[in-house]
Design a protein around this ligand. Structure first.
Ligand code: CP
Ligand code: NVA
Length: 301
């Protein structure tokens, strides 16, 4: 199958990612101006959600409608996907009917297998290992507030999870420095780290990671699927909270981002996420615009 997929940020070249961000900013402006732009008329996006979602579902569905197409929500509960129909079969069937398929699931390997058998583009809307669509929105948000991110210093504080891995890939593709602070036992995948070379560093000390950062990023301590570990993780991650003291290590004009949903009082304090350095609402809105740019590339290029 030769459809083009977006499973990680590495599926697009650095130049393509930069153009995508520029395009997302333009599409946002057009939307604000009320300009109708419907290049995806009669095109359908299937959205398979094996985990919960607010932002991802609403942004993809709204985005498809704004582009003149349609989005179809598929839950494993109501489809044969949840009753054990092989991924390979679901991929072949769905891709013969719809124009693109967005999937949010657990094992990354499952989406890779799905894509292999899909004749239509597959978009990763979060797996246990990556969340590339979120990074498109984060990069757009940075570009809007501060210009190009090349050469900037970003600190990721917390779990070495899907968001952390996508930040590592973003550091590679957008050429910025990434300082990660994560506790022992919750470190990012060493292979993903190694591939990014010396632009990515790792420490157990959040204060050190935050030093001279232009952007501070964090994420929940227990991701979807790890709910039973919540208590244990709260203990391990104490000290990894983004608060005033930690933000003070960064540059004075540093921004704060969080993919949301957030837990105030855990990974971030209310005064930071609701404070002047936080751009989380722009970041959330930009899921819509960045994914419209992504859909346009995958379905019309
Ligand atoms: N950031 C994000 O993906 O949010 P949802 O889980 O609400 O889609
Ligand atoms: N790391 C989080 C991100 C949620 C958007 C999770 O996987 O649940």
């Amino acid at each position: 199958m030769n459809a083009r997929h977006f499973l990680t940020l590495l599926d697009f070249s650095p130049d393509e990612l930069r153009s995508l961000v520029t395009r997302a900013i333009e599409l946002k402006k057009w939307q604000r101006e009320g300009r109708i732009f419907e290049p995806l008329k009669n095109r359908v996006l299937a959205m398979v959600f094996e985990k919960s979602s607010t932002r991802t579902r609403v942004s993809f569905e709204t985005g498809m409608v704004q582009l003149g197409g349609h989005a179809m929500f598929l839950s494993p509960k109501d489809t044969q996907i949840g009753r054990g129909e092989p991924v390979e079969d679901s991929a072949r069937v769905l891709s013969r009917m719809v124009d693109a398929i967005m999937i949010r699931t657990f094992e990354h390997e499952k989406i890779v297998r799905f894509a292999k058998f899909s004749g239509a583009p597959v978009i990763n809307a979060l797996t246990d290992d990556y969340h590339p669509c979120q990074l498109l929105a984060d990069m757009q948000t940075w570009f809007e507030h501060r210009g190009d991110i090349r050469g900037a210093t970003v600190a990721f504080i917390g779990d070495g999870n899907n968001m952390c891995h996508s930040y590592i890939n973003a550091a590679r593709q957008f050429d910025f420095r990434l300082q990660i602070a994560a506790p022992e036992g919750y470190l990012p995948n060493p292979d993903i780290m190694a591939a990014a070379g010396d632009r990515v560093t790792l420490t157990h000390d959040p204060m050190e990671a935050a030093k001279n950062a232009d952007l501070i990023v964090t994420d929940v301590w227990a991701s979807m699927g790890q709910e039973e570990e919540q208590r244990e993780r709260e203990k391990v991650f104490t000290g990894y909270q983004v608060n005033t003291e930690l933000m003070a290590q960064a540059h004075k004009d540093a921004l704060f981002m969080h993919c949301l949903p957030a837990h105030r009082g855990e990974e971030v304090t209310a005064d930071i996420i609701d404070g002047p350095q936080s751009v989380v609402w722009d970041e959330a809105e930009n899921r819509l615009h960045a994914q419209k740019a992504l859909l346009e590339i995958l379905l019309t290029a």
